[in-house]
Design a protein around this ligand. Structure first.
Ligand code: ADP
Ligand code: MG
Length: 240
């Protein structure tokens, strides 16, 4: 139950040549873990998420979701994998204007071939988890930017994903609301045991994440791992 990117290289056509957007990127995120990815505009953050989401297939390297390598899967297989295993939160919530908050979530069940009415309890549970139970019947224009982003996050969890990929969720929000959205993503990652990658340009809210990776010119730099614990037990366990 994890996300594993191994030696990912991605290039785009660029005039006569190729632009290297990701350069041998390796990243492992365990179940319930949250890695934040920061880096300047154009450094490759969204490309990294698009590859992890299996929306773009890399030139080289492997993406493994929940123990299954995605290399060689057909388009149809990848679509199914995304629906069942991957929650994606884009920068701007692309909510459907005519649907209520609860219906935005119920649509996800319908896309997966299940009854939207049957999915109502799950939709309500998730709206409650993001603090919007009272606003379930509002349409997007009746919600604030921060509330819309919460609906977007709740929707990404509708099919109980293994992997949660979040791209700059706070870019349209003020500082306080941005902090609340990051806190929410951290809490949901722990509670729902997703392997989460959170891309953000704003380091200030990242106190609760497991680690912060930096990307520059398509290269990912991870912080040094914590020192090995030879006995494989926590300090508390040893003390007790
Ligand atoms: P970030 O999200 O960090 O701003 P991106 O992953 O969007 O960075 O982009 C990384 C690099 O790849 C940039 O130089 C960008 O211009 C380029 N790029 C992104 N998408 C495409 C595309 N579809 N075609 C060509 N070049 C692209
Ligand atoms: Mg981006």
């Amino acid at each position: 139950m994890s996300l594993d990117l191994r030696e990912i290289t991605l290039t785009y056509p660029d005039g006569g040549g190729r632009l290297t957007a990701l350069d041998r990127v390796t990243l492992h995120v365990p179940k319930g873990g949250l890695t934040a990815v920061v880096g300047p505009s154009g450094s490759g953050k969204s490309s990294l998420l698009a590859v992890a989401a299996t929306l773009i297939s890399p030139d080289a390297g492997t993406v493994t979701i929940d123990g299954t390598a995605t290399t060689g899967m057909t388009r149809g297989e990848l679509t199914g994998l995304r629906r069942r295993k991957i929650g994606i939160v884009f920068q701007q919530p692309d909510l459907l204007p005519s649907l209520t908050a609860a219906e935005q979530l119920q649509v996800m069940a319908w896309l997966d071939g299940r009854s939207p009415a049957g999915a109502r309890p799950r939709a309500m549970e998730l709206l409650d988890a993001v603090g919007l139970a009272d606003l379930a019947d509002r349409r997007p224009h009746q919600l604030s930017g921060g509330q819309r982003q919460r609906v977007n996050i709740a929707r990404s969890l509708m099919n109980d994903p293994t992997v949660l990929l979040v791209d700059e969720p706070t870019s349209a929000l003020d500082h306080e609301r941005g902090a609340a959205v990051i806190d929410l993503i951290v809490r949901l990652t722990r509670q729902r045991a997703t392997a989460t990658v959170l891309v953000t340009h704003d380091r200030t809210h990242l106190t609760e994440v497991d680690r912060i990776a930096e990307v520059h010119d398509g290269r990912l730099r991870l912080p040094a791992p914590p020192p090995e614990n030879p006995e494989g037990r926590s300090a508390e366990e040893r003390a007790g």
